[in-house]
Design a protein around this ligand. Structure first.
Ligand code: PMP
Length: 284
């Protein structure tokens, strides 16, 4: 693979970052994952807007303009011949010298990394036919989940626990209600109404979430933004999750209880179809 590091395109084996980098020492870094369909970027502007916000919230300098980011994304797609897959990018606060809780001087150059991966069955994902099973786990993450940091150890542990229990993902619960999946926003459908938690610092403001809610409104589907419990989700007609890498993913059981028929439901299927179709059209 050819990857991007601080202005250069390099073979992945030659891309090296300092052991003093604050991304490595302190998870002092933010990231984005943008899907690629037919060699084009899905929701690129949304991902760039969120990146800028994440950087701003942490006071990390903005290393590239949106046009420069677009050029990097396109170059990586071309150099790596990506048809379906994703572009990952990460910006860290840079080399902080000896480990220190105090940030390095504000003129420290951020470290900028980007690379691609292929995902041939991105659109025709067999998981979407089958639907995911999920377990619930406590949400013990920090309280700025609206910032897309690389501090992903707990989501990773939760995913491992889900896999160990034979499930596909975990839905995280705080104060009795569901916040998110390990790496996706979550929804239930009851009597035709789509219910999903409102935006706040408790959840990541999903770019796919924004698109799906827009498509739902355009298709005259009713949407209610509020928290829900695991019990309410288990008693719902349908459940699903959204993210840039899984699009719209039906969820067919929660803690061993089938949701609705226990099969992917019509609302999730329809939203997935619309999402793929519209994303294909709008991709750049
Ligand atoms: N919540 C969390 C915790 C995530 O990690 C992700 C995926 N990055 C999402 C939600 C979905 O966001 P998006 O639709 O922008 O991929």
């Amino acid at each position: 693979r050819t990857v991007y590091l601080n202005g250069d395109y390099l073979p992945e084996t030659e891309a090296k970052v300092s052991i003093f980098d604050r991304g490595f020492i302190m998870a002092d870094a933010v990231y984005e994952v943008t899907s690629v369909i037919d060699s084009k970027l899905v929701d690129f502007a949304g991902h760039m807007a969120r990146l800028e916000r994440s950087l701003g919230e942490l006071g990390i300098a903005k290393p590239l303009t949106t046009d420069e980011w677009l050029a990097v994304h396109r170059a990586l797609i071309e150099k790596n011949e990506i048809a379906d897959g994703a572009v990952y990018l990460q910006v860290t606060r840079g080399n902080g010298g000896d480990r220190d809780f105090v940030y390095p001087p504000s003129d420290t150059a951020p470290t900028v990394v980007a690379y691609t991966w292929q995902k041939p069955l991105l659109v025709d994902n067999p998981d979407a036919q089958r639907g995911w099973t999920v377990i619930s786990l406590p949400d013990i993450r920090w309280h700025r989940r609206d910032i897309k940091t690389v501090q992903l150890l707990y989501p990773s542990m939760a995913k491992m626990e889900a896999k160990a229990k034979g499930a596909d993902d975990a839905w995280l619960v705080e104060d009795g209600t569901v916040t998110e999946g390990t790496s996706n926003n979550v929804y239930i459908v009851k009597n035709g109404r789509i219910i999903t938690r409102e935006l706040s610092k408790d959840i990541l403001h999903g770019i796919t979430r924004a698109a799906v809610l827009r498509f739902a409104a355009e298709a005259q589907m009713e949407v209610e933004e509020r928290p829900f419990t695991i019990a309410e989700a288990q008693a719902a007609d349908e459940a699903f999750a959204t993210s840039a890498s899984s699009f719209v993913m039906p969820v067919v059981s929660i803690d061993g209880t089938p949701v609705g028929t226990g099969k992917p439901g019509p609302v999730a299927r329809r939203l997935r179809e619309i999402y793929v179709e519209e994303s294909r059209k709008a991709a750049i």
